[in-house]
Design a protein around this ligand. Structure first.
Ligand SMILES: *[C@@H]1O[C@H](CO)[C@@H](O)[C@H](O)[C@H]1NC(C)=O
Ligand SMILES: *[C@@H]1O[C@H](CO)[C@@H](O)[C@H](O)[C@H]1NC(C)=O
Ligand SMILES: *[C@@H]1O[C@H](CO)[C@@H](O)[C@H](O)[C@H]1NC(C)=O
Ligand SMILES: *[C@@H]1O[C@H](CO)[C@@H](O)[C@H](O)[C@H]1NC(C)=O
Ligand SMILES: *[C@@H]1O[C@H](CO)[C@@H](O)[C@H](O)[C@H]1NC(C)=O
Ligand SMILES: *[C@@H]1O[C@H](CO)[C@@H](O)[C@H](O)[C@H]1NC(C)=O
Ligand SMILES: *[C@@H]1O[C@H](CO)[C@@H](O)[C@H](O)[C@H]1NC(C)=O
Ligand SMILES: *[C@@H]1O[C@H](CO)[C@@H](O)[C@H](O)[C@H]1NC(C)=O
Length: 337
């Protein structure tokens, strides 16, 4: 059964909602689907937005494919396959490294969907001057499950979150040289927990690296210098803890609010800098954003308050026994329902 095959990923990337936390209040925004596959069984994992507003989304399963949704806010929107990477079976995090250049993480999965040790890599993808090209940036054999990736503006550095290794690896995308730069309790999986995933999403902004830790269901931050190294002895702050059983990737808006995909909790939750949380879309028993994995705001005047969310269609934690094809959901954060 396919579901059995997913067991490994299930325990790493996407566990069942089981820990019942206190309720979080809801303040819902309107949503609509802007794309949905026609078949169940594909897993959209991450999302980035090109400077022209087109969405890029990575597929974790069953192939290492990169797709685009052109003009996502328009009725003439168009979904298509851009590229399927060879020598990899799934794609994970994606980040823009310089204008219209992106870095993408890939890995090989076994038949039972465990990671093949040593198989992870970083790829460069370029859309510059209307030409598409790919190049291998580096193999990252010491990274067990490469999950999130973020870039440092004005540098060639990316930071890679390793969910099982519980650490952050810094890579120079020009030289391909990689090194471990952060490995602490806040990036690690919770010892002895069935939730094997620690750090998940990672995003650099204004001198800080923010990350989610799935096992700790929390967001953390610590200052990083412009070369991509943690500032010595700066300490790690907890940005907030979420009332869910899992946190996946997240994004930050221009008011400082975090928008967090909660995976099998089937919600997008907002987290403010004062630590308060609210459900912005979905619920445990709805397919609205079921199995959400990541989110990103649009970049055009028409959609810069629209949050685009990618899902796996509740593949591993069906809603009342129901799964659906993976999709991209638009949340209009400019007005409440
Ligand atoms: C997450 O799921 C748990 C049940 O597993 C539920 O009690 C909780 O309210 C949910 N939280 C959110 C924010 O959706
Ligand atoms: C959560 O909500 C349920 C249903 O509305 C309610 O019965 C329960 O008391 C609430 N729990 C908390 C901790 O607020
Ligand atoms: C969790 O939910 C409860 C009940 O809605 C709320 O009082 C509490 O503030 C929430 N916790 C966080 C960290 O938001
Ligand atoms: C393909 O992946 C294997 C590990 O899975 C690695 O040893 C090999 O170098 C890779 N080949 C290329 C061309 O990247
Ligand atoms: C794409 O690259 C080729 C070869 O480098 C170049 O000749 C061509 O002008 C480029 N296309 C565009 C649209 O810039
Ligand atoms: C991080 O540190 C822990 C504990 O020292 C160790 O077990 C783990 O292997 C380290 N992670 C990496 C990726 O080196
Ligand atoms: C799941 O069951 C609950 C409770 O009966 C119901 O409110 C909800 O609409 C159902 N959701 C789906 C997707 O079937
Ligand atoms: C959206 O774009 C407009 C025009 O550039 C800008 O004025 C506005 O601040 C942007 N809003 C957000 C939320 O980024």
């Amino acid at each position: 059964m396919m579901i059995n095959k997913f067991y490994y990923l299930f325990t790493i990337l996407y566990p069942c909602a089981s820990a019942i936390g206190p309720n979080t209040s809801s303040n819902l925004y309107p949503t609509h689907n802007v794309f949905q596959f026609d078949k169940i069984g594909k897993w959209l994992e991450n999302i980035a937005v090109r400077p022209n507003g087109d969405l890029l989304t990575t597929l974790l399963y069953p192939t290492a494919s990169l797709y685009t949704l052109k003009r996502p806010h328009s009725t003439t929107r168009e979904f298509s396959l851009i590229h399927t990477f060879k020598n990899a079976s799934g794609l994970l995090g994606i980040t823009e490294t310089s204008v219209d250049n992106f870095a993408i993480l890939s890995t090989q999965l076994t038949d039972t969907l465990g990671p093949v040790p040593g198989s992870s890599a970083i790829w460069g993808v370029s859309f510059r001057h209307g030409n598409f090209s790919t190049r291998k940036i580096a193999s990252i054999p010491d990274v067990l499950v490469p999950n999130g990736i973020t870039s440092l503006p004005g540098s060639s550095v990316v930071l890679v979150a390793d969910s099982i290794g519980g650490a952050v690896t810094r890579c120079d995308t020009l030289s391909g040289v990689c090194e471990l730069v952060l490995n602490t309790t806040e990036t690690a999986p919770v010892p002895g927990s069935s939730q094997r995933s620690g750090i998940n999403g990672i995003h650099y902004q204004d001198g800080y690296v923010y990350w989610s830790n799935s096992g700790l269901v929390s967001l953390f931050r610590t200052p990083f210098d412009k070369q991509g190294y943690p500032v010595a002895n700066a300490g790690i702050e907890t940005v907030g803890k979420v009332n869910t059983s899992f946190v996946d990737d997240f994004t930050k808006d221009n008011t400082g609010r975090f928008w967090i995909a909660t995976g099998s909790n089937n919600t997008i939750v907002t987290l403010r800098s004062d630590g308060s949380t609210e459900v912005a879309a979905g619920s445990l028993t709805e397919l609205t954003v079921a199995g959400c994995t990541a989110a990103a705001f649009g970049r055009t005047v028409q959609d810069n308050r629209t949050l685009y969310v990618v899902t796996n269609g509740a593949l591993l934690a069906p809603v009342n026994g129901t799964t659906e094809p993976a999709k991209i959901v638009a949340i209009d954060t400019s007005r409440h329902v």
